[in-house]
Design a protein around this ligand. Structure first.
Ligand code: PDD
Length: 281
């Protein structure tokens, strides 16, 4: 596998990073995960905008936004990928020595990226997935796509070892989002999703879904979903770059809608699929 590291394309085993890189010492960095449809990066500008937000909030100096598309395309070529792919890019603050919590303002960031063929998720999207509810143990700046995501890793592992697809998180009595997805509920044909705040990531698939609702006169509300009212909703689904629009058919021990994806979710999936075949950006 050929990866990208600081302006070079190298075999993955040839990348050398100092343990004094602050990503290693402090998880001090930000990342983005994108995917292609028909070999074209989906919503590239939205991902770049979100990356800029993350890096600005973390005061990481990075100016290479215009190179990112070329990096992805070169990686696809060098790895002979002919299918759709996912693209990961991580920018760490860089190396500082000796280890101190504070940092100098002129550190050069380390930029790392790789691509891999997209994993087929048709079965999950077709049949729906089970999820578990878990307490949201994350920090208060979940709007930043920081690489410091150990709480998400912990609940994700719990979901994985329980044989379910995702852990959806709650703070007090409110659902925030999934460990790596945005969360939606449906009641009486209206779609509900958690409002944007420092408690959740501004999901790009989430935004596309809300745009599609608007264009197709589907009612939606960015409103908190209460844990103790979950059973009053008819359907649920989760969204994300690689998850796309995936129905939720079981929450903990509760089979939602008798364990079948709902009609509103199916309609959103259909609109989303049409959109990804024809998008401009
Ligand atoms: N995860 N919420 C969280 C906490 C996420 O990490 C993600 C994305 C999402 C969905 O965002 P988007 O629709 O922009 O992918 C929501 C990516 C895929 C990841 O961590 O790999």
């Amino acid at each position: 596998m050929i990866v990208y590291f600081n302006s070079k394309f190298l075999h993955k085993d040839d990348v050398k990073v100092s343990p004094f890189d602050r990503a290693y010492l402090f998880a001090d960095g930000a990342y983005e995960a994108l995917r292609s449809y028909n070999q074209k990066l989906f919503r590239l500008n939205s991902h770049l905008k979100r990356l800029k937000h993350s890096l600005t909030e973390l005061s990481i100096l990075f100016s290479g936004f215009n190179d990112i598309k070329t990096i992805a395309e070169e990686l696809v070529k060098k790895n002979n990928i002919n299918s759709d792919y996912s693209f990961y890019i991580q920018i760490s603050r860089g190396i500082s020595f000796p280890r101190t919590h504070h940092f100098a303002s002129d550190i050069t960031p380390n930029v790392f990226a790789f691509v891999k063929p997209i994993v087929d998720n048709r079965k999950q999207r077709e049949e729906g997935v089970p999820i578990i509810l878990e307490k949201d143990l994350r920090w208060l700046r979940c709007d930043i796509k920081s690489i410091s995501i150990l709480p998400a890793v912990m609940v994700s592992q719990k979901a994985f070892s329980s044989g379910v697809f995702e852990a959806v998180l709650y703070r007090d009595n409110f659902i925030t989002e999934g460990s790596h997805t945005s969360f939606f509920a449906v009641k009486n044909n209206t779609i509900y999703t958690t409002p944007l705040s420092n408690y959740i990531l501004d999901g790009i698939t989430r935004k596309v879904v809300l745009e599609l609702c608007k264009e197709n006169q589907i009612e939606y509300k960015e409103e908190n979903i209460k844990v103790d009212e979950l059973k009053t909703y008819d359907e649920f689904f989760i969204t994300g770059t690689t998850t796309e629009v995936t129905p939720v058919i079981k929450i903990d021990d509760w089979f939602v809608n008798n364990g079948k994806p709902g009609v509103v979710t199916r309609n959103i999936q259909k609109l989303f699929n049409i959109y990804t075949e024809n998008f401009n950006e």
